[in-house]
Structure formats: structure tokens, C-alpha cells
Ligand binder design. Structure first.
Ligand code: IMP
Ligand code: MG
Length: 185
């Protein structure tokens, strides 16, 4: 990809920067209310959640601990297969702590499902989920989403952390690429 191609390859902006900021602020407010007086560990799922996570935690006005997990789902660049491979585990213990997992997008739900099973076995005091985007039409696993930013239609989206074949994460908004871009990978 040439540097100049990024914006030329966009078909449509689905969520602009202003909407992102407003949505994140609202989620941060809810989380602040719900976790007052509790020991909160926020777990970001690399790499997709980093933009959302860094904006979100700055809207959460209580002390918290940040940690990360990195998983990779087997499958091609636009489809998850459901099999998840651990690339990086947490550095802190979550036993007895209130844990909030933060994802970029829940699609089939298979990744969240796997992570929830794994983290539940470590005996946190509570375990909740937060995602910036939700594609409910594609759900295969019955996962509970406790904090949700926005719903998106069944289209492959990029930007604000979300990638297509590792590119486009640095777009400051959520967009859909032109069909030929997806076809040519
Ligand atoms: P799930 O296991 O099908 O819910 O997929 C979750 C993961 O797949 C997300 O964390 C993303 O990394 C990736 N993913 C799902 N849909 C999209 C999309 O539209 N754009 C970019 N990545 C996506
Ligand atoms: Mg991801």
C-alpha cells in the first residue's frame, strides 16, 4: 500500500470523530458510576482496542489498573474462525478484582467467549465486557455485552484501531473500504 492510498480506498465513513468522542465520553461516565469504590482492572485486547481504550480510560474518573492481552484468531483477513491463540497474557493477577474487558468490535462473539471463559477461571470478583462496536447480526456465541458504543451493520469496517490485513488502524474514524480493496488482498 502506498502512503497516499489510505483515504482513496475508503468507500464511506460510518462513524466520524465527533460521534466517536461523544460515544466514548458517555461510556466513560457509565463506567465511572458503576465502579465507584471498587478495585477496577481494565483489560484491553490488543491490538484493535488500543485507540478506544486510551480514549475510554481518560473518561473514567476513578483509579484503575490497565493491563493487556493479545490474542490472534485463526482465519483469513475478514473472517474469524473461532479458534483463538494466546499471544500475550495479563501481567497482573485478577483474583478478587473487578475486571472489565475492552474490545474494538464484537462480531461472531467467539473471541470474547473464549476470553471470558479463560478469565472467569482466574476468579475475579466480577467480569464485564465493553466494546466500541457491535455487529449483532453476525453473532455465533451468546456473549453478554455490558457496555456497548455503537452498532454497525454487517460490513467489514476499519479505522480507530480496527485493521484490514494490519493496515488502516490509524484512521481517526470508522470507515468501510471500497470492495476492490478487500478483493485484492
Ligand atoms: P469475533 O470473534 O468474530 O467476535 O471477532 C472479534 C475480532 O475480529 C475483533 O476483535 C476484530 O479484531 C476482528 N473483527 C471483526 N469484525 C471486524 C471488522 O469489521 N473490522 C476489523 N476487524 C474485525
Ligand atoms: Mg481485535
Amino acid at each position: 500500500m502506498k502512503n497516499t492510498d489510505m483515504e482513496q480506498n475508503i468507500k464511506e465513513v460510518l462513524v466520524d470523530e465527533e460521534t466517536i468522542a461523544r460515544t466514548v465520553k458517555e461510556l466513560g461516565k457509565q463506567i465511572t458510576e458503576d465502579y465507584k469504590g471498587k478495585e477496577l482492572i481494565v483489560v484491553g485486547i490488543l491490538k484493535g482496542a488500543i485507540m478506544f481504550l486510551s480514549d475510554l480510560v481518560r473518561e473514567v474518573k476513578i483509579p484503575l489498573i490497565l493491563d493487556f492481552m493479545s490474542v490472534s484468531s485463526y482465519g483469513d483477513s475478514t473472517q474469524t474462525s473461532g479458534a483463538v491463540r494466546f499471544l500475550k497474557d495479563l501481567e497482573v493477577s485478577i483474583e478478587g478484582k473487578h475486571v472489565l474487558i475492552v474490545e474494538d468490535i464484537v462480531d461472531t462473539g467467539l473471541t470474547f467467549n473464549y476470553l471470558l471463559d479463560n478469565l472467569r477461571s482466574r476468579k475475579p470478583a466480577s467480569l464485564k465486557t465493553c466494546t466500541f462496536l457491535d455487529k449483532p447480526s453476525r453473532r455465533k456465541a451468546d456473549v453478554q455485552v455490558d457496555y456497548k458504543g455503537l452498532e454497525v451493520p454487517d460490513e467489514f469496517v476499519v479505522g480507530y484501531g480496527l485493521d484490514f490485513a494490519e493496515e488502516y488502524r490509524n484512521l481517526p474514524y470508522i470507515a468501510v473500504l471500497k470492495p476492490e480493496v478487500y478483493e485484492n488482498k
